[in-house]
Every structure is written in C-alpha cells, then in structure tokens.
Design a protein around this ligand. Structure first.
Ligand code: MOS
Length: 755
C-alpha cells in the first residue's frame, strides 16, 4: 500500500532528520486503520473456529446449587458447555510476582461462590456466535442467594493504612488559624474503549497463541502461562492494534482462560468476545472514592497541615487500592502531612486502574479543597497555589528532576485571560449567560521501565524496530518510527515498526503513560549498535567502497556508509553492503536503563505537571451548564510528536468533562446489576459536550528520562480537569459540588435566577 508521511513542523513546513523529533507527524498506522486493514483481536478468523459466549450470574451474592446445561447442550451447533464442574485446573498467579500481574485473584470458575452480579458461571461454545448466544440463555443455574452488601456509601469501619506521613498533622491542624475540612466523592466509572475485550485462542499441540485485547502482551503471556499451568515458552500473545483500553486491558481477565481451555478441549480455535454490557461487570471499573481533605493554613494562605484520608470500594477478594494520595505528598510545600487509605468491600467485580488511577480522583479532592480554601481566605486560587509551590519533593526529600508547574500556571493564566476574573459568585456574564472560571493543578508520575528493542537493517532497503510493547492507540508506532528516522536518516516510508507480540524483545505495558519515556532510549541504543555493526561489516566486506577502512574513520548517514572526511553521497547504501556480504539483514538490540538504576534518575522525583483553566457557561433560566473553554498547559518533558501529544491531551480533557459532568456507573441496589450498563445510559462527553480546548506544552526535556527527556503523556491531561470544573461551577452558580458528577439537581439550588 502506498503511504505518505508528511511530517511537518509547527509552521506546517515538511521536516526530516533530527527535526522530526517534536514534529507533527501523522500516524503511520493511520491508513491501516482507516481502510480496515488493521486487525484487532476480534477480527482474527481461523478454519473451524468456534464461538464462545459466557453465562453470567443473575444474583450479586450466593452459591451455585446446580447448573443444568442439558437443554443448552442439545441446541443446534453447541459443542461444549464449561463451568466449575468441568473446566479442569486453572491456577492463580504467584502473589507479588511483578512479571505476572493479574486482574482478579480468583481464577475463572474456581469455586461455586457468586460474589457479584454478572460473574461468569459458565461458557457455551457453538459453531456460530448466534448459536452460542441462544444456548447461553438456555443454561439453567440454580442459586442459593445470600445477603449482598451493595451499599454505595463507604462509611464502614476498618483498618486504615498510613500511606505517607511527615510532621504532626493533627496537632498542626488543631492550631491552624484557618481550617478546611471537606469530603469529596468520585463515583464508580467504567472504562469504555471503543473496542470490546476479546480473546481468540489457537492451539498447536501444547502451545497456545492468544489474540488479545491486551495493554501488555509480555505480562499477559506470563500470567496465562501461570493460569493455564504451561511453560511460558508455550504461550504467545498477539495484540497488533488496540481500540484503546484506558487501563481496562492492562492485565488479563478470566475470559482469556475460558477461551483457551475451550479451544484446548475442542481442538479448534475459539473466539470469545464480550458484549458492551459485560464491559460493565467483568473487566474492571474505576472504584468509588470518598476522600476527606483537611487543610490548615495561615490567614495569608500558607499551608500548615494537610490530611488526606481516602477510601475506595473493592471486590470481595481483590485488595485494590486506588492510591488517591499519589500526588498529595509532593504537590505542595507543607510541613505536616498524612495520607491514609482504607479498602471497603462490596459485592461488585474487581476494580481496575482507569486513566490516571489514583492521582486523578486524588487530585479532584486535593485541588477542590485548595479551591475552597482560597475562597475561604479570599485569595485568588492561582495565588494560593503559587504561594504553596514546593521547591523539592517533600514526600521523599528528593529534588525534582524537572518541574515547571509555576510556569504552567503563568502561561495558562495568560492564555486564558485569568486576570479578568472577578471573584464574586455569578459576577461574570457573556451573551446572556453566567460565566464561571476555575483552575486546578495536575501531576502524574514518570518512569523509565526496563525494556529491550531490536533494530534491523534489511537487504530490501528497509529498517525495522521490534519491541514487545503495543500501541494502545496513542501513536506508539509513529513515535518509534520518528526515532528510527532521526537516528538512521532512512526515510519514514522505508521504516517498519513491529509491535504487539510477546515473542518480540521484552517491552513495557501500555500503562501509566510510560511507553514513550521507556522505549525510545532502547531504540536509540539499538540504532547506535546496529549502525556500528554495519560500519564494521562494510569495512570487512570485499568490494565495498570502504573495504579495509578503520571503522573509527567511517560514518553512517542517511542510510549510507562513508568515510567521515567524504560526503555521504560517496558511500554505499547499507542494502548494497548487505547484498555484497550476502546477508538478508543485520540487527542489534538496545536496552533502556530503568529509572531506579539510572544515576540521573534514581535520586530525583520524576513527575509531569500541568495547569487546567476551565470556563463554564450557566444558563439559570433553563438550568443548562456547559464547559465552554479549557486552557491546558502541560509540562510533560520533551514532546516527541506534537500532533499525537495534542490529540492525547485533548482527548483527556474531553474525558475530564465527562468525569466532571456525566460519567457514573449506577447499580441496582437490590441486584448489583449496573443500570447504566450500556452506552445509552452511561453518559460520556461527546463532540456536543466538548469545549474549545487550547493545549500548550512547555517542552522541557527531563534529564532524568534518558536521551530524549520525554516523560510520556496522556493521563496527565485528565488530572485537574474535574476540580477546575467544580470550581468554575461554584463561581457561576454559588453551588459547591463535592460529589461527582455535577448534577443538574444540585445546580437548581443556585440562588442566581437569571443571567
Ligand atoms: Mo493506564 S490506567 O495506566 O492504562
């Protein structure tokens, strides 16, 4: 397929060479996606492939007395019904094994206990998807129900864990002249990637290939080897493309094992695809959090004490901690601080990391608290933040590697026009609407994870990079190609990026916005190594123009090997040298030194920062609230691809509008069934809800992130949006909303009756 790659700079001018780093490079996988040639997991089809459909529990808590599959088994096309009684051994993963992180501690069908509505209790396999669907509905399950705890509120007693502590926050709070004590609530939200989870299992003897929706093919492989009881080398996981995941696809879910066992028993490939409804019950969610924030300050606004006590809901068996205190220890300078956590069990499925886990809900509470404190003190909320900015990470005592949060605020304020803000509630109007303006800070962790990439110079004149990571849809294929082009000078249309296969050199999970900051260093090293090998090959190959030369006098420029003191045009193309040497290709590996081993990274605090400025329009006459404008300034290290990066932040801001105003998974309190478990009732921000979004990157390379100084971005864009929205809502309406999402019912309490 012909492909065009117009990498352009900020002015729209075509760029090549070193300038490609940071340029607006279009997605190299774009044509594959827009023509339908990209194969997602559920797109794989094989000869004799059977289709599996899961049967879900219809009670939230209890025991399975019996499963009657007799009628289902006699239905047309049905070839297998699996359940607790016949699935055979499946194993848990080794606790604490960092190479094998699973989603649910319990293996599929492990016992006959039901712990949440929708839990898988059986799986039906048939010749067609329709036959399997019909038969799944005919499986009769007799339950012995038991009392379920489905209370939404997390007011349970329990043992809290101290997450971070310094000074004496309780004593300091008692003495503080100004105090704030408020509890903030974020609801359960569900990951709603466009692509549904799916697993296609294909066995060859005792080896299995799993076509998966996985944000981490390498981890997925190790987990499935442990779960299925196979040697790790017998498992291969393939995820060439992902229709996003938002964290829901980080680790395997039980349907993978169900598909694998069914395929092994039948000796045929099996596909299991989840329905949208199952996406709300079987593959994680962002848990509800209740967070008490206590702030103590001087009348001038200097923070004296900070307590952040959070709790989150989790399932009966999984100890999922949302980590709401992630950003709290280092965002502000405050001598006395404590963060505690508490897990509260309900009869719900396992929670799972969702875009910006921990920091995003945590910053909703902390930043909303700071905004309320500013109002209480009658200090501009921006000034309050600048006044309490931290000089070092007071949680660890380490210096910041690269923190430009103040500049984010200053640049954002200017772009937004913050100086025109009048503090009084309902005091700003435009076009017959009341305006509300709010601000909040953002932060997100950064880290280089250990990984390996290999780069191959091929006899056909192409160069390729291989890495066992995957592109979740953010532009990973493209940024890797940019580094290959920058290093080798080989044109973009002769570059291949090969990802999404656990058989490739070990790469990181597409999680935590860490792929770019991790893998680019390995790719760069692999390029250096393969070019050095190519120089040596050229010098040692009879007939090459540099035959017999000392490699120290040679260079590799734009795909040609030449003497350093001569122009590259005088050299030989690498593919000509490969032909002379009768080689199909030459490859080399490169590695990334992880942050915890890199001398420039291990003693410093690595985070991205940002500032979110939000404008809402409030029409009190018809109770309509809209987020009209967002200015976001991101300090995310060096930006590798301005187009993909802007796209990431814009998407995150839209998600933030959903978090602020719309998203919530609501469960029936009698059954535990989600009553917003579909895309009509689960409200998400759409184009119509999207504000005008202005994205700015400060673009300071982070010296702690290796050669490129890229921290990776994506999640940072969501942090801080919701608290800036609730601050803007208060500014417009006078209604203080501490529980997300902001509901019209709350806004009707506003005293302001007309604009
Ligand atoms: Mo993200 S929640 O780390 O996939």
């Amino acid at each position: 397929m012909a492909r065009t790659f117009d990498a352009v700079d900020e002015m729209g001018k075509a760029v090549t060479g070193a300038a490609i780093i940071g340029a607006r490079v279009p997605r190299i996988d774009g044509p594959l996606k827009t023509t339908g040639a990209a194969q997602y997991a559920a797109d794989y089809h094989f000869e004799r492939m059977a289709h599996a459909v899961a049967v879900q529990a219809t009670i939230p808590s209890g025991r399975i007395r019996s499963i009657d599959a007799a009628a289902a088994e006699k239905m047309p096309g049905v070839v297998l019904v699996l359940h607790h009684g016949n699935i055979g051994p499946l194993y848990r993963t080794v606790p604490g094994d960092g190479d094998a992180t699973n989603s649910e501690v319990r293996a599929a069908f492990e016992d006959e206990i039901v712990r949440n509505w929708g839990q898988y209790v059986a799986v039906v396999v048939a010749e067609t998807f329709e036959q399997a669907t019909a038969a799944a509905a005919a499986v009769k399950v007799d339950y012995e129900p038991s009392a379920a705890d489905l209370r939404t509120v997390l007011a349970d007693d329990g043992k809290t864990k101290s997450v971070s502590k310094r000074g004496d926050p309780d004593a300091a709070l008692l003495k503080a002249p100004v105090k704030l004590d408020a509890t903030y609530i974020t609801p359960i939200e569900t990951h709603n990637p466009i692509e549904l989870h799916a697993s296609v299992a294909v066995w060859d003897g005792d080896r299995v290939t799993l076509y998966e929706t996985s944000q981490g093919v390498v981890n997925h492989r190790v987990v499935m080897a442990q779960v299925l009881g196979l040697p790790v080398e017998n498992v291969r996981v393939v995820t060439r493309f992902l229709g996003s995941g938002f964290g829901g696809k980080l680790f395997p879910w039980p349907h993978t094992a169900m598909a694998a066992v069914a395929a092994r028993k039948l000796g045929r490939p099996v596909k299991l695809s989840l329905s949208r409804k199952m996406m709300f019950t079987n593959v994680g969610y962002r848990p509800r959090t209740e967070q008490r924030i206590q702030l103590g300050a001087t009348p001038e606004g200097k923070l004296l004490a900070l307590r952040h006590d959070y709790r989150n809901v989790t399932s009966q068996l999984d100890d999922y901690d949302e980590g709401c205190g992630e950003a709290t220890p280092y965002l502000y300078s405050v001598a006395n601080l404590e963060i505690t956590s508490l897990l509260v069990r309900r009869h719900l499925g396992a929670p799972m990391y969702m875009r910006g886990p921990g920091a995003v809900p945590g910053l909703f509470a902390l930043e909303a608290g700071m905004n309320e404190l500013a109002d209480q003190l009658k200090i501009d909320p921006l000034q309050l933040r600048l006044l309490n900015d931290a000089e070092k990470d007071e949680g660890t005592g380490m210096p910041f590697s690269s923190r430009h949060l103040k500049e984010c605020y200053e640049v954002g304020a200017k772009k937004f026009g913050w100086e025109k803000r009048t503090a009084e509630v309902g005091s700003m109007r435009r076009d017959g609407k009341i305006l509300g303006w709010g601000v909040a800070g953002a932060s997100w962790v950064a880290m280089s994870l250990p990984c390996t990439a290999s780069v191959e110079l091929c006899a056909n004149g192409r160069v390729c990079v291989r890495c066992g990571t995957q592109d979740i849809g953010t532009g990973t294929y493209t940024v890797f190609a940019q580094v290959l082009h920058e290093k080798t000078g080989i044109p973009m249309d002769r570059i291949d990026v090969i990802l999404g296969d656990s058989a490739l050199p070990t790469g990181p999970m597409s999680g935590g916005s860490m792929v770019t900051g991790s893998v680019l260093n390995a790719i760069s090293n692999a390029c250096t190594n393969v070019m050095a090998k190519m120089l040596a090959l050229a010098a040692g190959t009879p007939g090459s123009p540099v035959e017999g030369a000392d490699v120290k006098t040679l260079a590799f420029t734009q795909g040609k090997i030449h003497k350093q003191d001569a122009s590259f045009q005088t050299g030989a193309s690498f593919h000509d040298v490969l032909a002379m040497a009768k080689l199909s290709g030459l490859s080399a590996e490169g590695k990334t030194v992880p942050s915890w081993e890199d001398p420039k990274a291990k003693g410093v605090s690595l985070h991205s920062y940002g500032a979110q400025f939000v404008e809402v329009e409030w029409e009190p006459e018809i109770a309509r609230l809209r987020v009209s404008r967002v200015v976001t300034v991101i300090d995310g290290g060096r930006i590798i691809n301005k187009r993909a990066a802007t796209n990431q932040i814009m998407g995150a801001v839209v998600m933030g509008v959903g978090m602020g105003l719309l998203e919530e998974t609501v469960y029936d309190r009698r059954t535990g069934q989600p009553i917003t478990g579909n895309m009509a009732d689960y409200l998400m921000a759409t184009c119509a809800d999207s504000p005008s979004i202005d994205v700015t990157f400060l673009d300071y390379p982070d010296p702690g992130m290796g050669e490129y100084g890229a921290r990776g971005i994506g999640e940072i864009g969501l942090a801080g949006v919701a608290p800036a929205i609730t601050a803007a809502v208060y500014h417009a309406t006078g209604v203080r909303v501490r529980e997300l999402p902001v509901r019209i019912e709350e806004l009707l309490k506003s005293d302001i009756r007309e604009a």
